[in-house]
Structure formats: structure tokens, C-alpha cells
Design a protein around this ligand. Sequence first.
Ligand code: NBP
Length: 488
Amino acid sequence: MSQKGTCDIALIGLAVMGENLALNIASRGYKIAVYNRTASVTDAFVASRGKQPNVVGCHSLEDLVANLKSPRKIMMMVKAGPAVDDLIAKLTPMLSKGDVLIDGGNTFPADTDRRTREVEAQGLLYVGTGVSGGEEGALKGPSMMPGGSPAAWPMVKEIFQAIAAKVGPKGDIPCCDWVGPRGAGNYVKMVHNGIEYGDMQLICEAYSLLKHAAGLTNDQLAVVFDEWNRGELDSYLIEITRDIFTVKDPDSGDFMVDRILDTAGAKGTGKWMSQLALDLGVPSTLVTEAVYARCLSAIQAERVRASKVLAGPDASAVKVDPKVFTAQVRQALYASKIASYAQGFVQLAAAAKENDWKLDYRSIAMLWRGGCIIRAQFLERIAEAYDAHPDLENLMLAPYFTKALADAQAAWRQVIATAVAIGQPVPALMAALSYYDGYRQARLPANLLQAQRDYFGAHTYARTDKPGTFHTEWIELRRPVSSSQASR
Ligand code: NBP
């Protein structure tokens, strides 16, 4: 199907994301050449949803390249990892100086760093772009987070911004802008996914508390989430959660949510964010707890056995007023969400410093405002916070959020106290509150920790009263302890 030199862009990989992105691109008036490693997939696509003049199916990479206008733009939507390196190796000999290779997959940021350097060394340009919004976003307008070779941005900007989700009062602000060099786009997408992990876990904990402590039914939960979706928690995840509580299993007539096994899957981007946070030494505790919560969910059979052995509290002794408690959970969820996003932006700032990127945090908040899974009203408040203070150290210090946290903290503490009293695990809510409480302490107990490290390992310590590095001979100076001392 040769249409030599007529296509605006090419796309490789026609699985769910690629197929929908190709249709999105074609629907905006761009002519697109498509290729899939398994040719029957290409044939099936161009014979069905892709049967339109703007879509050109190709059976070889050579054909795909030949069909493109120069400078060529080729987007890969394939499984992240070796498949991308494999394609780069095959494509680069067929390309000319100034052509652009684009990876739209969930790629580990360091891989994009390496690939950008390797591809640029061959005179080509490289883009690693986050694409969020799942298959529906890919079709109707995803949030896109491109990074890579800065010279590639003017070449792909028009198509990217045309296919991206739009927000703003006139619905004309694209959720796609240049993020930064090399792996910056993939890093921002990874943090987006990590925040998504935190949001989902927080919502699950709120669900569990409303169900177990307040005794809400699925019908009542749907009403609560509907109400929440009209206020400060207004977001895609709250909206779909509301919908989930309304769906019944056509076979049994039971609520579908009650029929689903409680073992959560994961594809790894949350784990990456957590691992990279540890590398940077920043406390992204919400995503980490969310990953661990999925791990704990996965050992379902073991938990069922343990549930028959390990004691819990007498939950029936704890009484809550469902209305009051529901309002408190709403506040706890909102406060925890603020702490979670604060952690995400702190990690981005640390990564930017480490990698010498200049990130625009206001712009990043706006990229997530539409099209993606964490899209929420609340991101506009974050954008405003960074607009007012581009170098904000921590989102929790922006006056709007400082006040929101102060207003919510009593309810937040009460909700966690209730969770502890009834024995319901709320790791993300607790991690959020611990982060808040830890961050607002002028003095933490790390003085004792430094003493311990110096005691057993001579790791030295700094002092509060004079500069320098110190070591104490703890064993020589220690004194016997008698119980009578404690009463003095
Ligand atoms: P998958 O991640 O399932 O990948 C399947 C595609 O990769 C198929 O087209 C397959 O071709 C192709 N492929 C593989 Br596998 N190895 C290849 C190779 N060596 N050479 C060429 N093609 C190869 O697809 P997806 O779910 O559409 O996701 C695509 C990318 O987008 C991934 O990186 C994913 O993480 C990311 N993403 C996915 C979502 C989502 O909601 N699914 C959301 C956001 C981002 P074949 O047909 O010949 O096997």
C-alpha cells in the first residue's frame, strides 16, 4: 500500500494504545502510516476501525519509512523495554538527519536518557513522551508529557497538541507541553502514575472505613462519592468510583464490586517512582505504601488463613455517627491527597536538580488537568500555587493548602484514630498524616538516631550548639542505670 512521501507521521504498535492514538491522529486531519510487528493485526485494523483515507497500513518498516514526508516522525507505541531498543536499531539506518523517533510507552526515565543520547549521536532527534488516559484517552485526547531532544519539540508540537485533551474555560488549552530534556517527560509520567497509585489507595481506604465503621451500603457509597465529586475532591477517580458502586453483576444481580477478588495487580510504574525516590533520598511514602498495599493484597490465601489466627480489636465497641464520620473521611481524604501531591512535586524537584532539568511545575499541574487518570479540579489550585511561587519548597506551604490542611487536620486524626480502634488498615492515610506531622516538626528524634549510629559505628554527629563533626566514646561515658533514677 505505497503512498510514498505523503504521510505526516507514522505509528508502530497497534495494541490498545497505538490503535486508538492512530485513530485520534487521523481524526485531526493528519495522514498516518501504521505498522504492527504481527502483520495480521495491521490488516485487521485497516479493514475495520482504521478503514479511512488518512490511515495507511504498512507491512514492513521500510514501507512505513518510505511513506513519510521529510523530516520523518515515527512514534513507537510498543511494550516498554527491549522492544523499543530493537525498533530503534532497525529504524535508525533507514532514517536521515533531523528525523524524529518518538517513544510513547511507559518507559523507565533512564532508558529515555540513554536512548536520547544514542539517537542524537546518529544525527536524529528523540522524544520520550508520557501518554496518559488509558485507551479512551488515547482515542479522545490524552494528557501528554513529552521530553527528549529539545529540537524535536517544534516538529511534533502541532500534532501532539492537536490530539491532546483540552481544558480551560474555552476548552482550548492542550494538556501537552514540552517537559524537558532527555528522560524528563517519562519521569513526569512516572510520577503521575505514582500519584495515581496513592489516590487509588486513599480512595480504597476511605471506602473500607465508610463500609466498616459507618456501615454504608454500596447505594449509599455511590451517593457519597457523587457528592464528593461536586466539591474539592472533584476528579476522574472519584467519578469512576461513584459509578462502580452502581454496577451490578448481570448474572448474580449482586454488586459487581463485591464479586471482585481483593488482589490488586500492578505494572511497575509505582514501584519505579518509589525506587527512584529512595535513590534521591526523598520521602515519597504514599506511593510506597500504595505499592506495599497491593503486595499485601496479592497474598490473599495467606491473609485468609491469618484472619482466623490473629486477634483484632472489638470493632463493635466503636460507634460512629455515619453522617459526621463520612464528612470526616472526606476531609481526611482531601488532606492526604494534598500531602501525596506535595510528595510527588518534591520528588520531581529533586530529580530535576539531579538531572539538570528545569521543570515548570505550574505547567506540569496543568498537563494533568485533563485527559489523564489523576485529572482533578484540585490541580488548578496546584497550578495557582506554583504560579504565585515557582520555587515553592513544598505544596503544603502554599497558603491555600496550608489552610486546607489546618482545617482538615482534626478530622484527619479522628478518622485514623477510628481506623486504629476498629483494626482497619489505612497505610496511605497514615503515611500522609505522618508526613505532615514529620514535615512540620522543628525537631525530630533523629538526635537519638545519630547517637545510636555514633555509638555502634562511630558515624559521628553534628551538634546543635557548635559547628563541626563530633564523636563520643559512649561506652566509656555511659553510666549504670538503676530503676530508682526513673522515679526522680
Ligand atoms: P503493550 O504494552 O501490550 O504492547 C503490545 C505491542 O507491542 C504490540 O503492538 C506488539 O506487537 C508490540 N511489540 C512487542 Br510486545 N514487542 C515488539 C518488538 N520487539 N517489535 C515491535 N513491536 C513489538 O501495548 P499497549 O497496552 O497498547 O501499550 C503500549 C505502550 O503504552 C506501553 O509502553 C504501555 O506501558 C504504554 N501505556 C499503556 C496504557 C494502557 O492503558 N494500556 C496507558 C498508558 C501508557 P505484536 O502485535 O506483534 O505482538
